[in-house]
Design a protein around this ligand. Structure first.
Ligand code: ADP
Ligand code: MG
Length: 355
């Protein structure tokens, strides 16, 4: 005969609450990279360098040449809901920059150690600051938390160390550093195609030459060639279109009906943010079903612009899955355009070979 004891309901400590919330936003090293990249791009950087130790779990270092952070903003930087990009709820509807909720750096600071060196063009020196659990913390043994002047060039360098040091179950889930590194390179690759006017470098700290390096180009196909090879780059169809009934515009780079690859490489940006949309992905792949055999797949890059107030990016904390107004109509229109282009290109190929 066992006596059941009823457990007492207790409130979690703020520290645990913050850590759980942070884990929702920062699920793995590559999600930290995505947030950091978006911040560097928001800061109008033209050159971004990333260095990775142990798949990002030991260290992520990102160096940009953007507009930097004002020294007086440093104390607030890693506090939740602090942002330079949003003032009111109405702003949230209009925002066109990537981040907008001031949650990324705060979240990272709850699950890792952050140090930042930043310099604005109008400041004569750079400043260094360190963060833990949403607030400034001492960088050195002297216990001083205040940002300290130091040498540095215009832009921002952010160091993220020991990701998930305080969430051991999460940390243990990442057995394979190489796999995490590949995910990081994948995210950087995709952003470098969209932002072909920016130079990206991504390297492992223990290797001399970078795994990924793109230079500033005027043409996305050049960047695709650099990353995925000349074979793909020579089989691409580039086009763009606009629709005013269900306002959206699309820039597309898609493989033709002859090219195929083992896995479907679908790169989707909506308003410059790398996102997922399962229905669109399915619709796009089905446009190829008349041409590609079973088991092989196309390459499709889409950059879609939608009026920000038609977009709902807040359904998921990572902002990865996106819904938008007139979704079905827009998907239909994109699928139609792709089918049209494929048809044109396949008939011109037939024409060439038979003439
Ligand atoms: P959000 O991007 O949503 O504003 P973040 O937590 O990602 O929130 O960043 C907080 C703020 O820190 C940004 O609004 C921006 O002002 C500043 N910031 C972060 N990273 C950089 C960077 N690389 N260069 C310049 N400013 C930055
Ligand atoms: Mg951000």
């Amino acid at each position: 005969s066992q006596i059941q004891t009823t457990p007492k309901i207790q409130k979690l400590t703020q520290e645990v609450i913050n850590r759980i919330a942070a884990g929702e936003v920062i699920q793995r090293p590559s999600s930290a990279i995505k947030e950091l990249l978006e911040n560097s791009l928001d800061a109008k950087s033209t050159s971004i360098t990333i260095q990775i130790k142990e798949g990002g779990l030991k260290q992520i270092r990102i160096i940009d040449n953007g507009h930097g952070i004002k020294v007086e903003d440093l104390p607030l930087l890693c506090e939740r809901f602090t942002t330079s990009k949003l003032r009111s709820f109405e702003d949230l509807q209009q925002i066109s920059t990537f981040g907008f909720r001031g949650e990324a750096l705060a979240s990272i600071s709850h699950v890792a150690h952050i140090s930042i060196i930043t310099k604005t063009p109008d400041s004569s020196c750079a400043y260094k600051a360190c963060y833990a659990d949403g607030a400034l913390s001492p960088c050195g043994r002297d216990g001083n938390k205040d940002p300290q002047p130091c040498a540095g060039t215009n832009g921002t360098q952010i160091n993220v160390e020991d990701l998930f040091y305080n969430v051991l179950t999460r940390k243990r889930a990442f057995g394979n550093a190489n796999k995490e590194f590949r995910r990081i390179v994948d995210v950087v690759s995709k952003y470098s195609i969209l932002n072909n006017h920016v130079s990206f470098t991504c390297k492992r700290h223990d290797q001399k030459s970078p795994t990924l390096h793109t230079s500033q180009t005027t043409n996305r196909t050049n960047t695709i060639q650099n990353i995925y090879g000349a074979n793909l780059a020579s089989q691409l169809i580039t086009f763009s279109f606009e629709n005013t009934d269900y306002p959206h515009s699309v820039e597309a780079i898609i493989s033709n009906t002859i090219y195929s690859m083992k896995k479907f490489l679908f790169i989707l940006f909506i308003n410059n943010r790398l996102v997922d949309n399962v229905s669109l992905k399915k619709a796009v792949e089905s446009a190829y079903s008349a041409y590609l055999q079973r088991g092989v797949h196309p390459f499709v890059f889409l950059s879609i612009k939608i009026p920000p107030n038609n977009l709902d990016v807040n359904i998921h904390p990572t902002k990865k899955e996106v819904r938008f107004l007139h979704e079905e109509k827009i998907i239909e229109s994109i699928q139609e355009q792709i089918m049209k282009k494929l048809q044109e290109s396949s008939s011109s190929k037939t024409f060439i070979t038979t003439s």
